[in-house]
Design a protein around this ligand. Structure first.
Ligand code: SAM
Length: 346
């Protein structure tokens, strides 16, 4: 039941939701049916069509497995009646998805969840690709939080007292995850994107996660690479996901990284490390990106390496801590660590 609730929260495609394991050994108890129904009621507030498809699937399954002693909660039929006329969503529709970052083994209500208002089926719209959360964001966040959750505390240490800036943050998923986990350790967090429409939407996602935009350690600002200056703040670490999606954006992305690591940002110093997650949709785009990384290494600005990747489907299924689902057939994702070369200016 816990898995099913978490999948509904993340709007996993209906054919892929794990209704079978809910029926594993016996007909679901009324208590368990009620918990799943409560989640469906939440879903129907922002996505009635998804709720309709789920409730149909569940009723069908319950009816198929019931015997003389089984009872199906009336609430399922009432909900079906309510959402019966919901029409299929269109890509521009928004929904509120919940990504389970830390699963409580028994009670999904106690999970640590990041809520994001987004258009999950929209690849590109209103001139931007940032209206949905991309898989590279999920993978990068899982990677950044992994050591902390397994109590190795390596990642935590590396964020201690640091100010982190996210480039091309889109829905703000990576930054929100970091803030939820490291707010007590980090010094500050800056969400940036080149698109002002997205900047306006970040505050809504912060609020959904009970994060106040007025927190002194948070900043949201427009940063269009190649056009806007880095904010006049000491930044230690840069994070970014799926910002290498097209060859045309790579020169400016590499440019801002080089600027951040090689120029003195006034009295504010230089960025030490960047973690960039890239989805390999088109190998030639990734080759172009790595060529820029090689150039920066050749110029002694940074050293770079791939520190993790989703090769062989690694991490793409739920692991010990989180329950995050990826679409079937998602392209490979690589995480690049770019470290500034320490020189005699330090
Ligand atoms: C594919 S989306 C990724 C969004 C988010 N990081 C994620 O993974 O869900 C790429 C993001 O980069 C931003 N972007 C693209 N080119 C940019 C530029 N030159 N300067 C700043 N942001 C840019 C877009 O607005 C968009 O939000």
């Amino acid at each position: 039941m816990e898995t099913l609730i978490r999948q509904l929260r993340q709007r996993v495609r209906v054919p892929l939701i794990d209704v079978d394991s809910w029926f594993d050994s016996q007909f679901p108890s009324l208590e368990s049916q009620q918990k799943v129904l409560d989640q469906i009621c939440l879903v129907s507030e922002s996505n009635p069509y998804y709720a309709q498809r789920v409730v149909k699937t569940i009723i069908e399954k319950l009816e198929r497995h019931m015997d003389a002693d089984s009872v199906i909660l009336d609430g399922y039929y009432e909900k079906l009646f309510e959402v019966m006329r919901a029409s299929p969503s269109v890509p521009t529709d928004t929904d509120v998805l919940g990504y389970t970052l830390q699963a409580d083994s028994e009670d999904p209500d106690k999970d640590k969840v990041v809520l994001i208002k987004e258009s999950p089926d929209l690849i590109s719209g209103m001139g931007t690709t940032g209206l949905r959360t991309w898989e590279a964001s999920l993978f990068l966040s899982q990677w950044l939080l992994r050591d902390f959750r397994s109590s190795g505390s390596l990642t935590r240490k590396s964020f201690e007292g640091k100010t982190i800036l996210e480039l091309g943050c889109g829905t703000g998923f990576v930054g929100i995850c970091l803030y939820k986990y490291f707010r007590d350790q980090m010094k500050g967090l800056i969400f940036t994107d080149g698109d002002t429409q997205l900047i306006d939407r970040i505050s809504a996602n912060l609020l959904l996660n009970d994060i106040s935009i007025d927190s002194g350690d948070l900043k949201v600002c427009k940063l269009w690479w190649g056009e806007d200056d880095l904010p006049p703040i000491k930044i230690d670490t840069i994070v970014a996901a799926d910002v290498t999606y097209d060859a045309s954006v790579i020169p400016d992305l590499a440019g801002i990284l080089a600027e951040a690591m090689s120029q003195d940002n006034g009295e504010y110093g230089r960025v030490d490390t960047a973690y960039i997650a890239a989805t390999v949709r088109n190998p030639s785009t990734i080759e172009a990106w790595e060529e820029y990384l090689d150039n920066g290494q050749h110029d002694r600005i940074w050293d770079w390496q791939i520190i993790d990747s989703t090769e062989n489907g690694k991490y793409l299924e739920r692991n010990r801590w989180d329950c995050i689902w990826y679409p079937v057939g998602v392209a490979q994702i690589k995480i690049y660590e770019i470290r500034r070369v320490i020189d005699n200016l330090d």
